[in-house]
Design a protein around this ligand. Structure first.
Ligand code: SF4
Length: 225
């Protein structure tokens, strides 16, 4: 049994959630310590391994009411690949009707066509990693997309038919004034997202930003600010 001495999932009465980590990014952002690789040639074997893992839990008695594709950059997977993973999950697990199925989207990897494909494959909620609406901060964060890409992704997502759209923003950036941050918030709200997650930039060990902060090359904002 894969469960060992942990509470048996069939004894849990509440619906659970499935999280799928897609471990690929075109380029590593210097503040990020989530696992990812730029080697997209591993996609096929990763999906095979994921299917193997799903098979391993076949017969699980839990029911699920959320599925979340996080990363990494899930939008490096095609709609066909996402669809095949969802089909596999629906085949092996008890997935409730009206399950919320979320996918994280990097604005640098999601064109209008991809977004249409994702909604057709069953994704009903997306979370767009905007991070900032200002190119100078996106450059600072080492993001692969521009502010315009982020706006286009938000517009394309609405046009594709998504009615549950979240976005992520990061604040507390070097040289970011309160006014800059307020502008980002205003811009974000102008898209009327269903959800907005705001993260203060953190300096995770073993990242280039952590090192740069230790060396004094990056200065976080003043504590009062
Ligand atoms: S795109 Fe996201 S997961 Fe990938 S390196 Fe950047 S912050 Fe990390």
């Amino acid at each position: 049994m894969p469960w060992g001495n942990i509470v048996r999932p069939d004894k849990i009465s509440q619906p659970a959630g499935i999280y799928i980590h897609i471990p690929f990014c075109l380029k590593k952002c210097p503040y990020c310590n989530f696992f990812s690789t730029p080697d997209l040639s591993l996609k096929e074997s990763y999906i095979k391994a994921l299917f193997h893992e799903i098979d391993h839990y076949n017969g699980c008695l839990l029911s699920f009411d959320t599925i979340y594709f996080g990363g990494g950059t899930p939008s490096l997977l095609s709609a066909v690949e996402i669809s095949s993973i969802l089909k596999k999950l629906f085949k092996h697990f008890k997935i409730q009707k009206d399950t919320e199925i979320t996918m994280e989207i990097n604005p640098g990897t999601a064109g209008a066509k991809n977004l249409q494909g994702y909604i057709a494959s069953g994704i009903n909620r997306i979370n767009i990693g905007v991070q900032s609406f200002q190119d100078k901060y996106l450059g600072f964060l080492g993001r692969i997309h521009s502010a315009r890409d982020a706006c286009m992704a938000l517009i394309s997502a609405k046009n594709a038919g998504f009615s549950n759209i979240g976005m992520d923003l990061i604040y507390g950036l070097t040289d970011q004034s309160l006014k800059d941050w307020e502008n980002d918030l205003q811009k974000a709200l102008s898209f009327h997202p269903e959800h907005l997650s705001c993260y203060m930039l953190s300096y995770e060990r073993k990242t280039p930003f952590y090192q740069a902060r230790q060396n004094g090359h990056i200065l976080p904002p003043d504590v009062d600010e």
